[in-house]
Design a protein around this ligand. Structure first.
Ligand code: SF4
Length: 424
């Protein structure tokens, strides 16, 4: 059900509570008027006026205010609100700096006077354009302040706001119809406040394309705003539902993707396992083949070697075969037998010879001593050959026991003993 058209009085009261602003444009000079409007924006006009008076008393002129820091200025503006003070000080400083930079003096009196020549007109237009860019409400107020004849200034957008609020008929949106409607709705002393409020509403909330109805202070009094709010609520609900649906779909898709990824991972793992098993099998087969090949080669080499050794055994006497080995052992045994026989024969002959030799007679001690003396002491050349022979014989006779020992030695030492006796 659409909201009832608000009464003009309720509407203005609500707007005034939110936006504050001037009740009249009573400052004699435009610069002071614009400073007061800045201070009164969204604040109580009486407090704004008191703050301006304080600043005027604290500083020599507006140029000193211009060069003062915004922080210092904000100290005098605290009665307007701690949060608003700093912003208002900065806004005031910016305006003073712009005026000074553009006109090289802090004076806006040219706005009141009749423009003399094209340069004056351009100067006034330029400043009004700057103000309009900054704030439509400020631009309208300064236009009203400069003109004594006008009581309502209609700028593009005011008709739209009034139509949305249900104050103005949709069909009558001309400048004249808007002006006459405002004059009909409000008394002459309320027109300044009404214009300030509607223009502030226009530039802050009631934009042409997308009005900020949920935050608008007159939402409860605006039928279009309520419709818009309902629509936005429904849209938000739809968007939320859509987002939830989308999230659901995404979650589903994600779950499917996860499932697919898990299956793919599983498949991949199985394939890797299979590949590893195949690789192991192939390696085992290759190792077996290699081992078989090596064994075959070894067997071939052995067979070749055996064959070669058989041939060599026949020709040179390489590795003896069973037959040749038998022959060789037979030969050895016969040789050993012959050698044994010869040795025993030799022994028996020697024993016989030893038995035949006469036993040595005992010689006198002097002769024995002489015989014991070493033969080398005597010059061998001087001795005759017969005497040497006799001495040898005597020496041989004296050592029968030694010979016997030698024979026993021979028996124990075997071949070596025989060799030594033979040498002697
Ligand atoms: S509620 Fe919306 S349409 Fe109505 S005045 Fe405020 S911003 Fe404009």
């Amino acid at each position: 059900m659409p909201a009832k058209t608000p009464s003009a009085k309720t509407l203005l009261q609500t707007l005034r509570t939110s936006f504050g602003g001037p009740t009249e444009l009573d400052e004699p000079r435009p610069l002071e008027q614009i400073v007061l409007l800045i201070l009164a924006s969204r604040s109580d006009i009486r407090k704004a006026r008191a703050a301006m008076l304080k600043i005027e008393s604290e500083y020599v002129d507006w140029n000193e205010v211009r060069v003062t820091s915004a922080y210092e200025l904000s100290r005098w503006l605290r009665p307007l609100g701690a949060k608003k003070a700093q912003a208002k000080a900065e806004q005031m400083k910016e305006l003073l700096s712009t005026v000074y930079n553009r006109f090289n003096k802090l004076d806006l009196d040219f706005l009141q006077k009749e423009a003399k020549g094209a340069a004056e007109v351009r100067k006034r237009e330029r400043f009004q354009t700057y103000l309009q860019e900054k704030s439509i409400a400020l631009h309208v107020m300064m236009s009203l302040h400069a003109s004594d004849r006008q009581d309502v200034v209609v700028v593009s957008g005011l008709a739209r706001v009034l139509q949305r609020l249900g104050v103005l008929n949709g069909k009558s949106s001309t400048i004249t119809a808007t002006r006459s409607k405002l004059k009909d709705l409000y008394a002459a002393e309320e027109l300044v406040t009404a214009q300030w409020s509607f223009y502030t509403l226009l530039e802050t909330y009631c934009h042409a394309r997308l009005p900020d109805c949920p935050a608008c202070p007159v939402l409860q009094l605006c039928p279009v705003g309520q419709e818009e709010a309902k629509k936005r609520k429904a849209d938000a609900k739809k968007a939320k539902a859509k987002a939830a649906e989308r999230a659901k779909v995404l979650a589903k898709r994600e779950a499917v993707a996860k499932k697919k990824a898990a299956v793919a991972e599983k498949k991949k793992a199985a394939a890797a396992k299979k590949a590893a098993a195949a690789e192991k099998k192939r390696q085992d087969a290759a190792a077996k083949k290699l081992a078989k090949k090596l064994a075959k080669k070894l067997a071939e080499r052995l067979a070749k070697k055996r064959k070669g050794s058989k041939k060599a055994g026949k020709k040179v006497g390489g590795r003896p075969t069973k037959k040749t080995a038998k022959k060789a052992s037979k030969k050895k045994t016969t040789k050993r037998k012959v050698a044994k026989k010869k040795a025993s024969k030799k022994k028996t002959t020697k024993r016989k010879v030893a038995k035949k030799k006469p036993v040595a007679r005992k010689r006198p001690a002097a002769k024995r001593k002489a015989a014991k003396r070493p033969a080398a002491k005597r010059p061998a050349a001087k001795r005759p050959a017969a005497k040497r022979k006799a001495a040898k014989r005597k020496a041989a006779k004296k050592k029968p026991a030694a010979r016997k020992r030698k024979t026993t030695k021979r028996k124990t030492t075997g071949g070596k003993g025989r060799k030594t006796s033979r040498r002697r």
